[in-house]
Design a protein around this ligand. Structure first.
Ligand code: KG4
Ligand code: ZN
Length: 363
């Protein structure tokens, strides 16, 4: 393929495409910063009755939506297809059938337009969202990605030079929110629902465990917390195998008790995240990389308690806290275009052999 399109000079316009899970999204970004359009077609209503994302339904919905979403983004941005300088796509990690739709569309566009194709890691892109429509992030920075599939801490020397410091050994934070909401019969996706319910609850009502995995660990574990909530709400398991059940279910809880469990669960999650961020800041300082910014991305960064905690950490340590506005916290293509822009500037473009990959880069 040709890569003769402008890779230098101002005003570069990158078309971003995102389809890793259950949002079909396209965005146009100028200069890696100015978001000209950010279109997101959510599939929540298709998956809600199943209590989670169904891969086959997701990929079919992506196929139906991808071209209209791209067209809408171009129209909203006022940028013609012939003015697009590069096509960026989230090609990892995610549901393989979902990723394939975005990757195929991006390849077809890049090939037909004779523009560079740039594959980016969706998780790293979440850490770039905090610099969309804002001044660049000061580095080094501590990065935290908290989503339905990931919970990881990163030492960032730049937006593209990222080192993994720790990650969850079992459930991701968003997954824990979704499962706890399910246990409480509170709805899907669980994060926003529990965030709202927690506001009316007492965070000290139930003393749930804070799993820290040893004194210096930067890894996370949330499955013990989830199980503690399960036993608190449903009591002990009775019987074995197919006949196993619990002593009771959430229907016996009052509205106030649901709010108290949500608030207590959220407090335990926040205590763990805060402790790990504090440890990571110390870790970076000890290695001559004193962080100047705290960058948080992923769906759970929409959480009100996490946003408040992060502001506090920022004040305590003199960090520029970058948590994107809600529309850029959830899966979106503006962050894909932003990181794609940075990789384009570095000359890190891809060719048509770019593959969809289910896992993140373990850097
Ligand atoms: O980044 P994202 O949109 O998709 C993934 O890549 O996973 O994150 C979705 C996750 C879901 O688990 C959802 O419950 C959670 O983010 N989430 C929240 C909130 N809003 C979304 N979790 C806690 N509090 C919220 N306000
Ligand atoms: Zn995501």
């Amino acid at each position: 393929m040709s890569s003769e399109a402008s890779t230098e000079g101002a005003g570069r316009k990158v078309l971003g495409i995102e389809s890793s899970c259950d949002e079909t999204a396209a965005a146009v970004l100028q200069d890696g910063r100015a978001c000209l359009a950010n279109v997101i077609a959510s599939q929540h209503e298709l998956h809600e009755k199943f209590g989670g994302v169904v891969p086959e339904i997701a990929s079919r919905a992506h196929i139906e939506r991808i071209l209209p979403v791209v067209e809408e983004a171009l129209e909203e941005s006022g940028v013609g297809l012939d003015e697009v300088d590069a096509v960026a796509v989230g090609h990892r990690p995610g549901l393989i059938g979902s990723l394939l739709v975005g990757v195929s569309a991006a390849k077809a566009l890049a090939w037909s337009l004779e523009r560079p194709l740039v594959g980016v890691d969706h998780i790293h892109a979440h850490l770039r969202a905090g610099a969309v429509d804002r001044e660049p992030i000061p580095f080094p920075a501590l990065g935290l990605v908290v989503s339905g599939g990931h919970t990881s801490l990163y030492a960032m020397r730049s937006g593209t030079d990222i080192e993994l410091l720790g990650r969850t050994v079992d459930d991701a934070v968003g997954e824990a929110y979704d499962k706890v909401a399910n246990i409480l019969g509170a709805g899907f996706p669980g994060g926003p629902v529990l965030d709202r319910r927690a506001a009316a609850g007492n965070p000290r009502a139930v003393d749930f465990p804070r799993t820290l995995l040893g004194r210096d660990s930067l890894d996370f574990s949330f499955s013990g917390l989830k199980t503690a909530v399960l036993y608190h709400v449903r009591g002990k398991p009775v019987g074995r195998g197919r006949h196993a059940r619990f002593e009771r279910d959430a229907s016996r809880l009052t509205e106030q008790q649901v709010a108290d469990v949500a608030a207590s669960f959220q407090a335990a999650v926040m205590d763990v995240l805060t402790t790990k961020m504090e440890r990571a800041i110390r870790w970076m300082r000890e290695r001559g990389l004193p962080p100047r910014a705290l960058v948080i991305g992923g769906g759970v960064s929409a959480n009100s308690a996490l946003r408040a905690r992060a502001e506090r950490i920022g004040e305590d340590h003199g960090l520029d806290v970058r948590i994107p506005p809600i529309r850029l916290c959830l899966d979106n293509a503006a962050m894909i275009a932003a990181l794609g822009h940075d990789r384009l500037v570095e000359g890190a473009t891809d060719d048509l052999t770019l593959e969809a990959v289910a896992t993140t880069e373990l850097r």
